[in-house]
Ligand binder design. Structure first.
Ligand SMILES: [Zn+2]
Length: 204
């Protein structure tokens, strides 16, 4: 069972947030995080982003995916409108950074992001969002607006005890390098990216 291990206020480029670490253990080096915007109103539906760790995209600004841009857009939106980013330690759709680099290496040989995982004997997407629901319960959030393009995340909330008020689309510019990846997300995972224009236009 997750519990709050530590929390503190952290000023960022996007404003002030309260950062809260959740784990089963106080010595966990990779706890899940809740990033709560100051002035968040908990008496109405809270804006929520479930974001899975992506060191290549967020830290090193890789152009192979849009995770870094999504996190930045979410931080800006959540700061401006109130809400919480729940940052989950499931790197590479939960295959870990070593397997992710192995999958990238296969992609250099022509595999797409899904085919590469399957070639390595790994699931296409091994993420689990039950920790996110647990964190919302610990923070006493009962109703949310979910920032996502991922129908799987919508389903997870709908099948939980959290009430989904509405989905807020999170659209990001594609780059030459991330275009094919976004196309797989749309075609294979069914993400709400209606057409090429949606992939191009940032609406947040
Ligand atoms: Zn990424």
């Amino acid at each position: 069972m997750l519990t709050i291990q530590a929390e503190a206020n952290v000023p960022t480029e996007y404003g002030n947030f309260r950062m809260i670490a959740f784990s089963e253990s106080a010595t966990d080096w990779m706890p899940h995080m809740a990033i709560v915007a100051e002035n968040t109103d908990f008496s109405t539906a809270v804006n929520i982003r479930f974001h899975s760790e992506c060191i290549t995209g967020e830290v090193f600004h890789s152009k192979k995916c849009e995770c870094g841009q999504q996190l930045d857009a979410a931080m800006k939106y959540i700061h401006d409108n109130g809400g919480i980013i729940i940052y989950l330690r499931q790197e590479g759709r939960n295959i870990g950074i070593i397997n992710k680099l192995k999958a990238y290496s296969l992609q250099e040989k022509g595999f797409d992001t899904v085919q590469a995982n399957l070639e390595l004997g790994l699931p296409a997407d091994d993420r689990n969002f039950s920790a996110a629901i647990e964190i919302l319960n610990l923070l006493k959030v009962t109703e949310i607006n979910l920032l996502t393009n991922n129908p799987e995340k919508v389903k997870i909330v709908e099948s939980s005890n959290i009430k989904l008020n509405k989905r807020i689309p999170l659209q990001i510019n594609s780059t030459l390098e991330s275009k094919d990846y976004l196309k797989v997300k749309k075609d294979y995972f069914g993400h709400f990216l209606e057409d090429d224009d949606d992939i191009k236009n940032v609406t947040l």
